[in-house]
Design a binder for this molecule. Structure first.
Ligand SMILES: [Cu+2]
Length: 134
C-alpha cells in the first residue's frame, strides 16, 4: 500500500513536487508589464486622453491613481478591458509639471504587482527647447 509515511515514498513525493515546480515555471510567474503609454520618464507636449498598460498576460486591475504636479490625486477608472491590455480614461488635465501614475494589478496566479510611472507635461518654452516631436 502507498503511504507517505514510508521514507522512500516520502522522498519520491518530495522529488515529484520539486519537479512539478521546475517543469511549469509559467504557471507560477507573476504578470509582467511589457509596455506603457506614456512610458516611464516620458516628456509629453499634451496630455493623452488615456493611459495604457500592456501586460504579458490578463490581469485584474486593483488600484490606478494619478498624482498631479499640484499634489492632487485622481483615482482612475479602467475604460476598456482588452486583456492583457488595460486602458484608463484621463480627465482633462493641463497643469504643467510632473505626473506620477501608480498602478496595482492582480496577476493570474493571484499575486499583486505594482509600479509607479512618471511623466512630465511640458510648457510651450520647454517644448521648443526639445524641438518638434510628434
Ligand atoms: Cu506570482
Amino acid at each position: 500500500m502507498f503511504s507517505l509515511f514510508r521514507p522512500s515514498h516520502f522522498f519520491a513525493g518530495l522529488l515529484l513536487l520539486a519537479f512539478s515546480f521546475i517543469a511549469t515555471p509559467q504557471a507560477f510567474a507573476h504578470a509582467v508589464l511589457l509596455d506603457s503609454s506614456p512610458r516611464n520618464d516620458a516628456l509629453i507636449q499634451s496630455m493623452p486622453k488615456q493611459l495604457r498598460l500592456q501586460f504579458n498576460e490578463p490581469v485584474t486591475p486593483a488600484v490606478a491613481r494619478l498624482l498631479g504636479p499640484d499634489g492632487e490625486a485622481t483615482d482612475l477608472k479602467e475604460s476598456t478591458e482588452a486583456a492583457p491590455e488595460l486602458t484608463f480614461s484621463l480627465p482633462s488635465l493641463t497643469t504643467i509639471g510632473s505626473y506620477t501614475f501608480s498602478w496595482r494589478v492582480v496577476s493570474a496566479d493571484g499575486h499583486p504587482i505594482g509600479e509607479t510611472l512618471r511623466f512630465s507635461l511640458l510648457n510651450k518654452k520647454q517644448q521648443s527647447l526639445c524641438g518638434p516631436r510628434s
